[in-house]
Design a protein around this ligand. Structure first.
Ligand code: HEC
Ligand code: HEC
Length: 393
């Protein structure tokens, strides 16, 4: 819908400066390329490493005691986030290994700090066949991201080049699952307080949301927040999250699941801190008490007109309470046109279950939220704008 010329290709090493919404109210669409440019800026000298420094095979990352038999190595713990990312119906398994004696610092409940030596894996299967296993590891100089492609007979998985790989699995005739490359990992994982998205207090809460789309039951032996505390692998976790498990404070079960889905699938990019902060649209659900658990999504999306306007079309509300058809959010979730679809990458097929949930939530929503919209802070992004625990130097 938008002309191609609105989306100039980003130059890889450019510094991205984003103005505040207040200072420069914009009606023009923000180029998707901005996210890519940002990732590139963050990944400049001293930035996150993709593939670089990662072992050549999955077996060498230390996931398995016996790779052929699929037996996990000692200390590798499964986990299952309650609001999973939609990847065209892939079945997923995830594991973490903390270094011996290493503890997670949970002083900020929304951005855990992991000990150097932490490893995380996520396996993707389609139609019962393992296709890729993604890998993140925290070394002394920052996080490494890599993905490994499984051979057709699933006997081994080899490191995928930095640019990713196309057509790894045919989802439907002519529709393929691609293996993400350098910018793809960073676009989703490097735009918020922490690069670790699914191993977090809300995602690991024992109080799991029964309406979460594609909710996967935790695998046997999976660690959740309570188990991490028992194992003594987490420190500085506020007592309140031990005595009562984190849960999205929402007006209804439907709203809880909708906000959880948007948090799990969209807040890596849409939050008040990262490269897209100036868009003034946040789907992040934070536990930080002062913040108010659901304020951001409601204040930045509810009854607010969109920055994006289809050429020749009218500006829609991001969320028009009671009217899903007039809500840009619904249109973009329901699209797989490259310039319109949300999320913009990592999926080829509409998440029909989540679309139905979000549509119904908007249909039932009638009132504007109590919280007034908060101004978002201005962001100037350079290669040095990173947190200690992110893809730092
Ligand atoms: C479309 C956004 C997106 C892209 C692209 C993406 N990820 Fe993720 N990834 C997520 C989200 C969201 C989660 C947490 C939810 C889940 O696991 O379902 C996650 C989870 C993970 C995990 C488990 C640890 C964690 O953060 O929860 C690993 C490991 C991982 N991703 C690695 C990668 C690597 C490596 C790449 C690139 C090769 C990549 N991802 C590309 C969004 C993305
Ligand atoms: C990889 C980063 C990324 C992820 C993940 C992502 N988005 Fe976006 N989104 C963008 C960018 C960049 C823009 C601005 C450019 C554009 O409009 O295409 C945007 C724009 C939007 C807009 C238009 C805002 C406006 O005011 O015009 C909506 C609505 C939106 N996204 C919804 C979502 C939803 C819902 C999800 C999750 C299902 C999601 N996005 C996931 C990057 C992302």
């Amino acid at each position: 819908m938008r002309p191609e010329s609105d989306h100039p290709r980003a130059s890889p090493n450019r510094t991205v400066t984003v103005a505040t919404r207040r200072a420069a109210p914009r009606r023009a669409p923000l180029a998707l390329a901005a996210a890519v440019a940002l990732a590139a800026a963050l990944a400049g000298p001293g930035g996150a490493q993709i593939g670089r420094g990662a072992p050549a095979t999955l077996a060498e990352t230390g996931l398995y005691a016996d790779a052929a038999a699929g037996t996990l190595a000692a200390g590798v713990l499964p986990f299952t986030p309650q609001y999973p990312l939609w990847t065209d119906g892939a079945a997923k398994r995830r594991w973490i290994r903390l270094p011996e004696g290493g503890e997670i610092d949970a002083a900020d409940p929304d951005a855990w700090v992991f000990p150097v030596g932490t490893q995380l894996w996520k396996e993707f299967s389609f139609g019962g066949r393992r296709v890729e296993t993604r890998y993140m590891a925290l070394g002394p100089t920052g996080w490494t991201f890599a993905t490994y492609a499984w051979s057709a007979d699933e006997s081994a998985a080899a490191l995928v080049p930095e640019r990713g790989a196309r057509a790894a699995y045919e989802l439907a005739p002519g529709v393929f699952h691609d293996l993400p490359g350098r910018w793809d990992c960073l676009s989703c994982h490097d735009g918020n307080r922490t690069p670790v998205l699914g191993f977090a207090a809300l995602q690991l809460s024992p109080d799991r949301d029964p309406l979460a789309p594609h909710a996967e039951p935790p695998e046997p032996g999976a660690v959740d927040l309570a188990r991490l505390v028992e194992l003594g692998r987490i420190r500085n976790l506020q007592e309140r999250w031990i005595s009562s498990a984190p849960r999205i404070a929402a007006a209804s079960p439907l709203e809880r699941a909708a906000l959880g889905y948007l948090h799990g699938n969209c807040s890596g990019c849409h939050n008040s801190r990262g490269p897209l902060a100036s868009l003034g649209l946040s789907f992040e659900v934070r536990l930080t008490p002062a913040h108010g658990p659901t304020a951001e999504t409601l204040a930045t999306a509810y009854a607010r007109s969109a920055t994006y306007r289809p050429p020749g079309g009218v500006t829609l509300a991001r969320i028009a309470p009671g009217d899903p058809d007039a809500s840009l959010l619904v249109r973009r979730m329901a699209s797989r046109q490259p310039l319109l679809q949300m999320p913009p990458l990592g999926t080829q097929r509409v998440d029909e279950q989540a679309l139905a949930l979000v549509t119904e939530w908007i249909r039932q929503a009638h009132e504007a939220p109590a919280e007034p919209p908060q101004p978002l802070r201005s962001t100037r992004l350079t290669a040095t704008d990173t947190l200690d625990n992110r893809s730092s130097k």
